[in-house]
Ligand binder design. Structure first.
Ligand code: NAI
Ligand code: MG
Length: 366
């Protein structure tokens, strides 16, 4: 099967971190015989400068065809005064919406060398590797009716939590598929004790499990207790699947278990395509970091780990994904640090390209 990849570096530090990913993609082609058919294109401010739109129709069409989209970051002060519909972020939102990427994957992975960056104790987080799957296109952020309405002489703020069986079913399937490529364990979180949508959520997840994924270990937890358990002993989890609202909160909590923004990858998955692979977009959690753009200071690891996720979840190359993650871990264990990974007490940081060099050297030695 062909491996097709659309690379959208974007703005600010996006192109800087993506340059390191490109070298790594080439390394897998040269050294591991893992060839990618790569197309590079524009998104965000860069696309606006070229075409007057943050994402051209041609780029959108290409994104629909490829196995995976890898995006750097979009945005910057230069575009702050643009009309809302032309803003760089609209390019990103259009990709997510038209590809119907309903499952947002946020891993929380803590390399031992960075365990002291966590808000928790070292032994609680060191070696942590969990994945939060957040439903991204439905739930209370989209449910109708919504608005600020007049009722009994006062204003009422109104939102509706609403999930269809089909919406729960498909995100549950994504979570079980992922679990099979990881630790084979899913914990589903909702509030079935007080919410109707939670009762349905639990019922549908259980049904999908029993019918299609009986080999995966499934548990259910109330989302508030889940938040507590994430901070108490996060290593009990492998994959957590939850709705849009709870996932928003729980994934931010999980991110802080692991430290710097420069380290956090993410993925958004949609329905399976004809070749069986899910529609997918991979991107670092961080933005375009205009404060450090153009200075060679950006940490490329979040973007590199996003590519590792693509290897595992789009290209079925779990062993090669692990190889790349181990190379990152090795480099960190050796004390190689970009500026964002240094405590104030010092040492001298490496540049974006030097971090790339170190990871390539670790891959060579692997
Ligand atoms: P940001 O994530 O770009 O930066 C926040 C802070 O973290 C900055 O101090 C930055 O220097 C640092 N940082 C971020 N990534 C880093 C990396 N890889 N290495 C080292 N340091 C890093 O968020 P901010 O400043 O709120 O937004 C800047 C621009 O990015 C805005 O235009 C915003 O709209 C856009 N943005 C885009 C996102 C995306 O493309 N997915 C996500 C978040 C923001
Ligand atoms: Mg959030």
């Amino acid at each position: 099967m062909n491996n097709t990849l659309l690379i959208l570096p974007g703005d600010g530090i996006g192109p800087e971190v993506m340059a390191e990913v490109t070298r790594i993609i080439d390394w897998f082609g040269d050294k591991r015989g893992l060839k990618f058919d790569v197309t590079e294109d524009l998104v965000g401010g860069a696309a606006y400068d070229a075409h007057g739109k943050p994402l051209s129709d041609a780029t959108m069409a290409k994104a629909q065809e490829v196995d995976a989209v890898l995006l750097g970051a979009v945005g910057g002060p230069k575009y702050d005064t643009l009309d809302f519909s032309l803003k760089p972020e609209r390019g990103l939102l259009r990709l997510r919406k038209e590809m119907d990427l309903f499952a947002n994957l946020r891993p929380a992975q803590c390399f031992d060398a960075l365990a002291d960056f966590s808000s928790l104790k070292r032994d609680v987080v060191s070696g942590l590797d969990i994945m939060i799957v957040r439903e991204l296109t439905s739930g209370i952020y989209f449910g109708e009716p919504r608005g600020i309405v007049e009722e009994g002489g006062q204003r009422v703020g109104l939102n509706t939590q609403r999930y269809t069986e089909a919406e729960i079913d498909r995100v549950a399937r994504s979570a079980f598929e992922l679990a099979r490529k990881r630790g084979n364990k899913v914990c589903s979180m909702e509030k079935a004790n007080v919410m109707e949508s939670g009762i349905l959520w639990r019922e549908v997840v259980q049904k999908v499990h029993d019918e299609s994924y009986p080999d995966v270990e499934l548990s259910h937890m109330y989302a508030d207790a889940g938040g507590m358990q994430l901070c108490r002993w996060p290593k009990q989890f492998d994959v957590i699947v939850t709705d849009n609202l709870f996932g928003d909160l729980l994934s931010d909590v999980a991110a802080m278990l692991t430290g710097s923004l420069g380290m956090l990858p993410s993925a958004s998955l949609g329905a399976p395509m004809e070749n069986g692979r899910p529609k997918a977009m991979y991107e670092p959690v961080h933005g375009s970091a205009p404060d450090i753009a153009g200075q060679g200071k950006a940490n490329p690891i979040a973007c590199i780990l996003s590519f590792a996720m693509a290897l595992r979840y789009s290209f079925d190359q779990g062993a090669e994904a692990t190889r790349l993650e181990k190379a990152v871990e090795q480099v960190l264990a050796d004390g190689v640090r970009t500026a964002d990974l240094m405590q104030s007490d010092g040492g001298s940081p490496v540049s974006t390209a030097q971090m790339g060099d170190a990871i390539l050297a670790a891959l060579d030695a692997s």
